[in-house]
Write a protein that binds this ligand. Sequence first.
Ligand SMILES: Cc1cc2nc3c(=O)[nH]c(=O)nc-3n(C[C@H](O)[C@H](O)[C@H](O)COP(=O)(O)OP(=O)(O)OC[C@H]3O[C@@H](n4cnc5c(N)ncnc54)[C@H](O)[C@@H]3O)c2cc1C
Length: 504
Amino acid sequence: MMWHQRADVVVIGTGVAGLVAGLSAHRRGSKVLVLSKAADTATFYAQGGIAVVLPETDDSIDAHVADTIAAGAGLCDPDAVRSIVADGYRAVTELVDDGARFDEAEPGRWSLTREGGHSRRRIIHAGGDATGAEVQRALNHAAATLDIRRNHVALQILQTGGVVKGVVVLNEDGLGVVHVPSVVLATGGLGHLYSATTNPEGSTGDGVALAMWAGVPISDIEFVQFHPTMLFNGNTGGRRPLITEAVRGEGGVLVDRQGNSITAGVHPMGDLAPRDVVAAAIDARLRESGDPCAYLDARGITDFARRFPTVTAACLEAGIDPTRQPIPVVPGAHYSCGGVLADVHGRTDLPGLFAAGEVARTGMHGANRLASNSLLEGLVVGGRAGKAAARHAADAGPAHAEVGDVETRVALPRRKLQRAMSRYASVVRDADGLQRLTQELEAADPRDLDCRTSFEDVALTTTARAVSAAALTRTESRGCHHRSDFPDADPALAHSQVLAAACC
Ligand SMILES: Cc1cc2nc3c(=O)[nH]c(=O)nc-3n(C[C@H](O)[C@H](O)[C@H](O)COP(=O)(O)OP(=O)(O)OC[C@H]3O[C@@H](n4cnc5c(N)ncnc54)[C@H](O)[C@@H]3O)c2cc1C
């Protein structure tokens, strides 16, 4: 027997986008239910910080917009970028009102760092390199007023007559339905499409799959950002610690086993070039040399352990002392620049369905995200999506979903899928590999959606098909999508691809 619940707004996800959306809708009087399948979020692991233009500095909205658009390699929506960047300081101030505390250079003045692709020092951070933990702590505290249900997996968006009516959910009591007119997808990323990722276990592309099954278009999904410096500890599989870009911002140098610079002559910004450039340079050097990893030499940074406590702890756990030896690093799947097509208020093509945070494609990141722009986007668009969802719920009134059988879907075993994606759709791709990947993904078998793992395998398979289809069609190299068979950008392809559900 199915259980039933009612709400005005359901938010799926308890990271930065989900909690800010939930708080925003709640503060506008909506009855909000926040669902989360896991305790872990990518938000918690964010290290470097939040990119924000502070008033009364040498920085400007124009400069931040220009840096963002430059990184996005021709695919950002300039209006979306400006709208989000310009609202950043207000959103950060609200987060501070909710209790977040950022590191200060002196009392009353935040300490600012610089990261790859930024022309100014504009990254605020907390606890040295533990920004995400502080953001999550503050939001968890503020969200104590919300009705949050953990271990609830959202399986399907229900609609009637082209408008949202509910969500099918799996919890310890089995399958249930929340009848609701507004749903905010804040499900985060898709790093577990790959064997090695910086993302937590729950980043399995669920939101992209849920949207596609609901007939909502997705876009820019081929642009998976690989972080250049993930700690290499010899093991394979699962989440791996990240060595924040701020280490390079503070003077850490990327070298190969012989001590030669990896980015010299590759890009004028050297080790602080945009992530795709640095990741591709490392990938190329490792292919050439056959070495398993590159090295980040941070021995010249004074007071390293105090400035980077999270990195220090992760290194020490792996038996590496970053103050005495270079840190072994490899690129790892890190961030999805694309996702569910949404505007800067989180509105998708399906009335009542909103998307915010990493799952959404608002036009902010284009073909490549600029470092520390994602917490910013989550804060700004999360708040706006919560507001829009509350307004939609008030206009639409209570919903009643018609519940049929949960649809049968197909999945590839997870390790097999991750191996295929890592081999054929990673930092550098080509047509042969992507065609093989497509064939492997076609061999998926029907799965019952009777547990979280099965559902995630199905979501991963749907999302992998979308990534591989989009990567195959983009016959050029742009942003973080590198094709060895099409090494240059093609001006004729300087536009986003939109995928419909039928593709995958
Ligand atoms: C190691 C690391 C370091 C980073 N550093 C930075 C940084 O310094 N600055 C920056 O701006 N960005 C950084 N990022 C990126 C940034 O942290 C993420 O993009 C952002 O936090 C995503 O927030 P979110 O709210 O969209 O998703 P998340 O924080 O990942 O939250 C997703 C939520 O959705 C839930 N969920 C997913 N699917 C379902 C489902 N089917 N049913 C129910 N619940 C579901 C999950 O349980 C989780 O609660 C970093 C990311 C990582 C991994």
